[in-house]
Design a protein around this ligand. Sequence first.
Ligand code: FES
Length: 323
Amino acid sequence: MITKSADKTPKIEVEVTHIQQVSDIIKRFTFTPVDGAPLPVFGGGAHIVVEMLDGEILRRNPYSLVSKPGSTENYQISVRRDDAGRGGSLYMHNTLNVGDRLLVSHPVNLFHIDRRARKHLLIAGGIGITPFLAMMAELEDESANFELHLSARTDGAFLDELRGLYGSKGSFYRDDHNEVIPLNEILTGQPLGTHVYVCGPTGMLEWVLRTAEEAGWPSQNVHYERFLAPPTGLPYEVNLATSAITVKVGGHQSMLEAIEAAGVDAPYLCRGGACGQCETRVVSYDGELLHNDHFLTEEEHASGTKIMPCVSRFQGRELVLER
Ligand code: FES
């Protein structure tokens, strides 16, 4: 069944049919469509947005699909519990049970496999492995040339599974043993036409991008996924000029969530500051725009004319947006 929620985006009603404890802090959830109809197909690197009613806050969190691309019977996502986060992962870990029903979005792919590549070099840190699980299944099916380098904790999720599935194509580095990915060696020893993909914590991502640039990799051969969880902060108010309403943004709520909760339709895709879909014009402000996105340029941040409400916040007396 495809239903519509307040944000006018088509949604799919699913039931939680399986929950697997992958490690002490990671669970894998299987969602099966309630009406039994085939789910929309997706490619490796795609994500869905999962709606969850967390107390009084309706959260819409993006998660990479980890199930095999091409499978239309169910979707699987993996969620890392973040005890210091805003609560979405805790909701998924502590509240969601088999048999519960949820709305999820259609898959969106902002991190797809580049078919021009002759070889695919995948570099992941921790839970950043998730988009690569579906990607590797797809690459393996196509007999494509790829290799994975994953840096993770001792009991890193998926490690045994990955070793079993991909054998010598995977190299694994234990964070807790100070094992470091030999990045220079890896990046300089690749055949012409190789593309590198990276997903992981910000520090690691910056390290790989910087090293690739220094090693002369063309930017079109470097792909990354950098979704941010919306940060917490002090509560504040936003005036929506077009809608003629004032919205209160809670400390554990994103500006986008507050706008949606007020019944105002607002576009989004990634909800993590990466895609640009939620870009909103700033009409005026008296205070400080706390930009957290990776989409706008430094100049655009400094101009004070645009903001990405999925991850950015405000501190000050008054903020007026064109929404
Ligand atoms: S929804 Fe993608 S940047 Fe805000």
